[in-house]
Design a protein around this ligand. Sequence first.
Ligand code: NAP
Length: 388
Amino acid sequence: MASSSLRFAQPTFPNSILKTKTNTFFVSKSVFLTPVPNKGKASNAHAITKLACVNKTTEIAACNQIIGDVNSKLTPLRIGIVGFGNFGQFIAEGLRRQGHFVLATSRSDYSEYCKQNGMQFFRNMDALCEEQPDVILVCSSILSTENIIRSIPINKLKPDTIFADVLSVKQFPRNLFLEILPPGFGIVCTHPMFGPESGKNGWNGLPFVFEKVRVTDTGAQAEKCTQFLDIFEQEGCRMVEMTCEEHDRHAAGSQFITHTIGRILSHLNLESTPINTKGYETLLQLTENTVSDSFDLYYGLFMYNVNATEQMDNLDRAFETVKQKLYSRLHDILRKQIVERVPMQGELRTKSTNSLSYLPDGESIKKLASLGMSEIKLSEAVTVSSPR
Ligand code: NAP
């Protein structure tokens, strides 16, 4: 078993069971805290994890190897969140659950929230950067991100600081980071494909997309990057490594479409009924989830993903196609009735009016016209079907 796969699967909680592909382990973990000079209450934590193989004896060698690998020192990361709104707070919870220090700054004042949740809030970017976090995690709205990044006093940060982001579009922040950050800074672009609604019962199995855009292969930056990504791995996320381009292509075809449908549905003011189907329940849920996100977020998905316009056009065309399918079938039925069941002009006079009652009357046909049946020659249809 590769030791790195276990490193990623290393559980957080002591006295828990860890299952790998080949083995089950009992895990005990002890954390020793030692104060860090000049950092107030911050501490270095040494986590010692012991794994005891409980279901097999045949792979003791592999187990020993694993034990050797995980008995390493772990210093919790100091992660500075920039943009502490809806999603910033949600992600901060996970970072904290994993034993890391959360520092935050935002346009609004979240100092009370931070105080109550064991996090540190800074009223401005300068104060946050003076703390020299290991990772700056950008959680601001897509629309405000450029201004925010440009306002960061980079010179106050350590020269190997890692910049990460959670924006729902990826090429834009990647290019921005590459343009603005000095070469020594690490860059990791991520998109947790879940939010406060979909991730409220835990992150297990939820996709976490990332690209290590610029991270050293070895040394402290490489280790911190691994440690940062481990947070999500350990929360049970399904880690998906892909380029920012790939992400934006997939996200436009999935996430943007989902949000667009949700937004459209929200304009229908759908209500629960006593006979909801499962499908309808899903639509109601989708509407609720979509509108709980800010419109800024949705606009950002459109504006900052080069593939969004194409998807919007596709959606438009698809709706037209479906409408056309319905109306052209109706057209076919009408034509069948008109052409095959209505006697030709000459014979019409000899049939009784009753035999034509199955045909739509002139008024109904006019209503159909308003549904967009432009290709049907309605005036002709009315002439033929009206009893004389
Ligand atoms: P959002 O509306 O996209 O962003 C709100 C955040 O942006 C808040 O921290 C807000 O600060 C800040 N902000 C907005 N306008 C600003 C401005 N003009 N100047 C400075 N700061 C400004 O909602 P969100 O749901 O919290 O999303 C945050 C980020 O996470 C986005 O980039 C989004 O794409 C990403 N994301 C969201 C989800 C989700 O499910 N919501 C999932 C994955 C990724 P204040 O609160 O201080 O005003």
